[in-house]
Each structure stands twice: as C-alpha cells, then as structure tokens.
Design a binder for this molecule. Sequence first.
Ligand SMILES: [Zn+2]
Length: 340
Amino acid sequence: MKEQLNSILEDAKKQLESAQTQSETDEIRVRFLGKKGRLTEILRGMGKLSPEERKATGQMANSVRDEIETMLAERFEAVKAAAKEAQFRKERIDVTEPGKVEELGVAHPLTITMEEISRVFRNMGYSIVEGPEVETVFNNFDALNAGPDHPARDMTDTFYITEDVLLRTQTSPVQVRTLLKEKPPIKVISPGRVFRCDTPDATHSPMFHQVEGLLVDEGVTMADLKGTLDSFAKQLFGTSTKTKFRPHHFPFTEPSAEMDVSCFKCGGKGCRVCKGSGWIEILGCGMVHPSVLKVGGLDTEKYTGFAFGLGVERVAMLKYGVDDIRLFYENDMRFIEQFK
Ligand SMILES: [Zn+2]
C-alpha cells in the first residue's frame, strides 16, 4: 500500500509536469482526488487493514493528498500565468517600431501661381467667380464686342462644338456672365482654363490658364486701373517692381493697354529673362468698352469700369524660370516636386 501511494504521488507529479492548460490540471485532479480517483480508491480499501496499519497508511495517504493538492494549485497558477503571458505577447504593441511615413503631395506650380494671384486680389476686396469652360459664342465673342468679322473668331483659333457653342478662348466671358447677374459695385476675379487651336510647342498649348479681373462702379478711371495693377505687381513680384503701360487693342476695352513690369531677375538692367530690355510684358487691361457695359443693362453715363487678364502659365514660367510650357502638363513628379 505504501508503494502504491508512492507511485500515485510519482504519477501525479509526472502528469502535472506535462499539463499545459487549466482544463488539463482539472482532469488530473479528478483522476487522482475525484470520487473515483486513484487515491480515493486506496482510502476506501483501508477498512481491511489492522488498526495500526490503518493509522500509518491514513497519515501517509493524507500527506500524499496534501502534496498532490499543493502541486495541483502550483501547476494551476503556473498554467494560468503562462496563458496570460501568451495572450499579452499576442496583443503586444511595439511602441518603438517606426511609424509609417505618409508621403505628402505637393501643389502644382500652376495652382501655386493661381492661388498667389488670387490672394493678392482677395486682399484688395475682390471676390472669386467661376464660369463654364464650354461657352456660348455670344458670351465669348459677341457680348465682348468681337463681332463676326473679328480675327479671333476664325475657325483656326477656336474649338467650336456647334455653331453657337465653343470651348472658351479666354476667361473674359465671365465678365459678361457677371454683368448679366450682378449690379455695381462689381469687383471680381475669375481664374480658369481656356482653349485655343494651337499646336503645342515650348510657348504654346491648346489649353492654358488665365485670371480675369473686372471692376465696375461709379467714377472708375484709368488711374484706378493703374493703381490697382501696380499694387498687384508689387505684391506678386516684390515691392521694388516698377510698371509701365503701353497702348494696345482689345475689342472689349477702350482704351486698352498692356502692362510691363520691371524684370524681377535683373531689376531692369537687362538679362536673359527680359531679353535684355529690362521689362517683361505681364498682362492686358483697359477700361471696359461701353458696349460691354450695355450688355449688363448699365447706364454708361453713370458707370465705368476696368478689366484685365493675365496668363497664369506665363507668370509661372517667368517666376520659376521654366522654359517649356509643356512641362506643366506632363505630370512628371521630378518636375512638380521641385515646387515643394
Ligand atoms: Zn532681366
């Protein structure tokens, strides 16, 4: 009986050592200490023993039971701790692991230029309006005083969709739309895409961008135009920038002018950018032609205004020293990323 008890203790020890889970240790408890367990069976068979033997075996059986219970408890705790540890390991977050770096995009140089131009005029109280790229021939030409004989209406310059509908060749039709919708004082700029039947080369593209400006109010003069555009040039190209106005012709303004700015590269001394002249042509402008104001039903005795338009690509090419307009449309990241 003594050997039996010893082998029970040995077996329990061995089995517990290999127990990996809490339910496995529970099974071992049942196998040894349960109602039909091996130790319980031994205790049941003790009735056949003599009183001395019963006492000695009883004491030994109790100490074996105590020992098995202690081992069970220890194993149970160990298995529980191991399970927890395994769970922690599985759910572990390595806070020292380097984060994923999201690559930020960059604004396109034309977007940057358009936003800079818009910001200057917004600060002068202009609001930004937009017009459709598909326009009526009336808004693009007739209402802007460019009658059927005007050279810009030649089929070779304009993408016609139907006889009366085209892709706008300029942002100026937004002037017409604004005059038809709003009453003076009017103070708007309108950036956007325009289209011409041009063969692409270093300075031409069938699609490019313009910013149009229109101001209409009582008593607006050419001096207001000059002051406004001179201030714009100084804000865009630097406070030392000088401007000069040369007479020009546009059908929708009278008088019309082109504005030159002193070269921002050489300061007027003459360089490659200004082709040695010290001046760079930057925009077209003029006093709104009375026949355009009449489209909006305005009293031309009471109201006058000025308008201007500039090419965004031209400004961007001059400002950033880009020598081929096509670079703007190729989406080559090596080019675009330089404007970070
Ligand atoms: Zn220069």
